[in-house]
Design a protein around this ligand. Structure first.
Ligand SMILES: *Cc1c(COP(=O)(O)O)cnc(C)c1O
Length: 353
């Protein structure tokens, strides 16, 4: 704190990312990173690009990357926006599309960055409770709204909404921007991208951090009607013209081009999730049905904070959130087979004690 702070900064309660401790041999299941590295083609592309052109500014429009993403998703390049991680893409969307006189709506249990952006950008919002089973009920969004944002699959629950429910939500709100944050869609959700053609108010946001093993590269993107994309570009060009460096653009293109690697690794994560879910249920945990690369689980006899602490003492990091509706739960990222083994062994010990 310093007396030079603005009133706005004084009032902020920043998002707290999962910790990144520099301790060897930790089983790190707390930030939904991929347990696998990216395709070797990605590291090769980054190295080659860095060797040649770091002296020069990157393409401010990331045109080659946007073309690759447009081809991949079956849309036009002017329907694609890229940013420095999907957090940055979302930040621009909050300013460009989600700030209105009527409140922005999002679930009471969702990505905790959304209220942080609202505070930063002065956006009025209302939260809509998930139902008892932690599902989004789209009928509950039939109320005055300036805009809507949903994470689908939701975080930190992992629960997915079928595309038909998103379709219903869009039918209810033809005049409001609707943002669907699909950070985890590659692990079993249904993408809303096919709905974009008929819904000029729909923006779908993806990240390369989770399913493509590129959290360290910082690449996220949005797909939507060209009019929505233009709004994001206007904000970007009022903030930072060059959000993606040259090696980053080159690495992201190489990832998109290695489809076989992508499919192989995401299938491995899904298989790991099913193994982890069975193991946790065998230990008495209630595990929400996950379509993500993590599970949200609670034990009838032990609190979330206590379990997270006991796991930490055994070198296993998981994420615990202290809000009332989520305090009983642990959010556990799917790891490698041996990490899942270490998690289950540690929990077995803890629950015996
Ligand atoms: C991880 C995550 C993001 C941010 O991803 P980056 O692209 O790494 O910034 C956005 N939304 C949700 C729901 C996430 O879990």
């Amino acid at each position: 704190m310093s007396r030079f702070w603005s009133d706005l900064v004084r009032e902020l309660e920043p998002y707290v990312p999962g910790e990144q401790p520099r301790v060897a041999d930790l089983v790190k299941l707390n930030t939904n990173e991929s347990p696998f590295g990216p395709s070797p083609a990605v590291t090769a592309a980054i190295t080659a690009e860095a060797a040649e052109t770091l002296r020069l500014y990157p393409d401010p429009q990331s045109s080659a990357l946007r073309e690759a993403l447009a081809t991949y998703h079956g849309v036009k390049p002017d329907q694609v926006f890229v940013g420095n991680g999907s957090d940055e893409v979302l930040a621009h969307a909050f300013v460009a599309l989600l700030k209105h006189d009527a409140p922005l709506l999002f679930p009471d249990v969702t990505y905790s960055f959304y209220p942080v952006y609202c505070a930063l950008f002065g956006i009025d919002y209302d939260t809509v409770p998930l139902d008892e089973a932690m599902n989004v009920r789209v009928a509950d969004y039939r109320r005055p709204a300036g805009a809507i944002i949903l994470a689908n699959p939701n975080a930190p629950t992992g629960v997915a909404l079928p595309r038909d429910e998103i379709r219903r939500l869009l039918a209810d709100h033809p005049d409001q921007p609707v943002v669907v944050d699909e950070a985890y869609v590659d692990f079993g959700g249904e993408t809303a991208i096919p709905l974009i053609a008929e819904h000029p108010n729909l923006l779908v946001v993806h990240t390369m951090s989770k399913s493509r093993g590129l959290a360290g590269l910082r690449v996220g993107y949005a797909i939507g009607d060209a009019g929505l994309i233009e709004a994001l570009v206007r904000v970007k060009d009022s903030f930072n013209s060059y959000p993606l460096g040259r090696p980053v653009q080159a690495g992201a293109i190489a990832s998109i081009e290695d489809e076989a690697y992508f499919q192989d690794r995401r299938a491995a994560v899904i298989a790991g999730r099913e193994r982890m879910t069975r193991g946790l249920r065998a230990l008495g945990f209630e595990v929400l049905p996950s379509s993500a690369n993590f599970v949200f689980a609670r034990h009838p006899d032990r609190g979330g904070r206590e379990l997270a602490q006991a796991l930490r003492e055994r070198g296993v990091l998981v994420r615990h959130f202290s809000a009332p509706r989520t305090a009983d739960f642990l959010r556990i990222t799917v790891g490698t087979d041996s990490q899942i083994e270490r998690l289950l062994t540690a929990l077995t010990e803890i629950l015996k004690g």
